[in-house]
Design a binder for this molecule. Structure first.
Ligand SMILES: Cc1cc2nc3c(=O)[nH]c(=O)nc-3n(C[C@H](O)[C@H](O)[C@H](O)COP(=O)(O)O)c2cc1C
Length: 204
């Protein structure tokens, strides 16, 4: 039997990202989002939903660019700080001791200390109500080499995958409002479901 569930808990836990932008005075700024994720492979695209009162909002509209930075547990305080305070009043990069590096391709800064970044050019803006969805085309990505690993599945080795087993990757739980680490991989996607298929003796 099912009972009513608050919509927020459907994405539970949610990945956490830090969005990098330049303001009208060319000052770098950063804000935390959990309303975000990959939304297309071709063209590679990333969607974030940003409230219109956020200082970052106008920066994204003006510069038509943002970076998506992936924080690790080591930077949980900094990640929370840039999600609490506004760049209108604070230099959040300086306050956190983080380094803003100009994007190689887009007009937005990325966080040098974080292990992965995607540079995005704004392609679509959709007003959804409380938040506006910005869809950016990913035009450049970079990952910290020491955190990338190779995984062997059967006879196939996949190279350059972020290391999930180290407890480094942050997620956010709505409701309880906790940052949680991602644990050990459990079951292989696109694979474990085939067990049902086999049990049923289906074709394909
Ligand atoms: C864990 C967490 C998740 C957040 N997710 C979002 C989000 O998805 N969208 C949003 O507009 N604000 C989100 N916020 C709030 C903004 O990060 C916050 O208002 C920030 O101060 C905005 O910075 P700015 O005014 O410098 O742009 C989140 C904050 C936290 C702590």
């Amino acid at each position: 039997m099912k009972k009513e569930l608050a919509f927020k808990y459907l994405s539970y836990p949610a990945p956490v990202f830090v969005i990098g932008t330049y303001d009208a005075d060319n000052r770098p700024n950063a804000m935390t989002v959990v309303l975000g994720g990959m939304c297309s492979h071709d063209p590679p695209s990333f969607a974030i939903s940003v409230g219109p009162k956020r200082y970052s909002y106008q920066s994204i509209v003006n510069r038509k660019a943002f970076t998506v930075n992936v924080p690790t547990m080591q930077y949980v305080r900094e990640t929370d700080y840039v999600g609490i305070y506004t760049g209108r009043k604070a230099d959040k990069f300086a306050d956190c001791g983080l380094t803003a590096v100009r994007g190689e391709v887009v007009d937005a800064p990325y966080v040098e200390e974080f292990p992965a970044v995607a540079e995005c050019e704004l392609r679509h803006t959709i007003d959804l109500g409380s938040h506006t969805m910005f869809i950016g085309e990913i035009v450049n990505t970079k990952g910290e080499e020491s955190l990338l690993t190779d995984i062997t599945v059967g006879s196939r080795t996949i190279q350059g995958i972020p290391d999930m087993g180290s407890g480094l990757v942050l997620t956010f739980t709505q409701g309880s409002r906790y940052y949680c680490a991602v644990g050990e991989p459990q079951e292989k996607a696109y694979t474990v479901g085939r067990l049902i298929h086999r049990t049923k003796g289906a074709e394909g």
